[in-house]
Write a protein that binds this ligand. Sequence first.
Ligand code: PLI
Length: 464
Amino acid sequence: MTIHSSDRPSWAEPYKIKTVELIRMTTREEREQAIREAGYNTFLIKSRDVYIDLLTDSGTSAMSDRQWAGMMVGDEAYSGSENFYNLQNAVSEYYGYKYLVPTHQGRGAENLLSQIMIKDGDYVPGNMYFTTTRLHQELAGGTFVDVIIDEAHDAHNRHPFKGNVDIEKLDRLVQEVGAERIPYISLEGNVNMAGGQPFSMANLKELNRYCRKHDIPIMLDATRTIENAWFIREREEGYANKSLRSILREICDLTDGATMSAKKDLLVNIGGFFACNDETVFRKAQNMVVVYEGLHTYGGLAGRDMEAMALGIREAVMEDHQASRIGQVRYLGDMLRKAGIPIVNPIGSHAIFLNAREFLPHVDQDDYPAQTLAAELYLEAGIRSMERGNVSAGRDPETGKNRRPALELVRLTLPRRVYTQAHMDVVAESVLRVFERRESIKGLKMTYEPEYLRFFQARFAPLP
Ligand code: PLI
């Protein structure tokens, strides 16, 4: 019998700390200046002015001593690096796809997939949008169509699998536009914009049956799929005694290919890949990667990066690693929930999402409550978070208006293996202090808006 670490009443980090990075607490005056200079956009704050950095779990994880040792065996040959073959073996062993093309990060893989498979006028259904994914679909001439279940758009709904695809919504699209105008469905594990919400294996099996019938490939956004596997084991009948590794493989076997940002699940600071089972698609990706990323055996990465990724795959499926990863997120979420802070439920795997709509009900969505709350949390305690609401959603290309999404959220994203429980206590106390003075908080107006992915570089000013 396998004893999973989730059987233990409490978790502890399955590592000890060998190197530390010093962080600096700033004064209120310093933070006021920093946020003003950053145009009230947490993306634009200098890292040295941040105390606890919860902007993202992307590329911010701590690598293990083995991964660092792997960096030293980087084979920096332009072609045919040994580390590429190690990565290829690891992807084939754990994810099971036949063909692999490395890319510098996730959006590099999204570019390949979108350019290869989408034609002008196509429709790309997906279980909620992700910013870079949708943009690449649009740049390739496609229109993204949200086919996630309605529950995902409701921060209070406790559905255990809010990442599920609504097959009826998908079928309506197929009836309306025809399967031949749907190059693939984009399926994301632990749906980021919904609050890190998983899909179930039952839903994926049903989706697979439907897509086989209509000849629509399923392309997985595998970025946080190992974390999705954790929830399948925890919540779905028949999976309690299965390993994360076997659940991951079952997911991949029900799909046709994947894009991957290795900067999340896979515990590296840079890297990604495109993988698939179709040889024609692979040949196109292999050819296109040399235009945008680099030769097909490195795709924009150094040999050492590919080695760290290959080792990261093996560490990411370790049971005690995920137990402590998800345990830490829940620890923070439970503290906030008990203090009456409005957050998205159920708690996902990579972040706690503050419900800015309820935190600042008096701030209109076009005055950007989530952007405002992220700026206030930085001002309060030097904690950096990320807006995931009206700014991130962007404008509707047809109407030019803000999309005003149902979810107006601030994401407190936990890097893997980086912060301690004591840091989580400080975060919770700081959020509470902002909550206590919430009524005096006013919104922001946008003063600079870039054309693409505006949330990265937009600037704001406080409303009077
Ligand atoms: O940041 P990239 O290019 O390595 O990956 C893009 C990307 C694709 N899919 C998903 C689900 C993501 O979450 C994602 C990147 N996410 C970031 C940067 C984040 O902060 O969540």
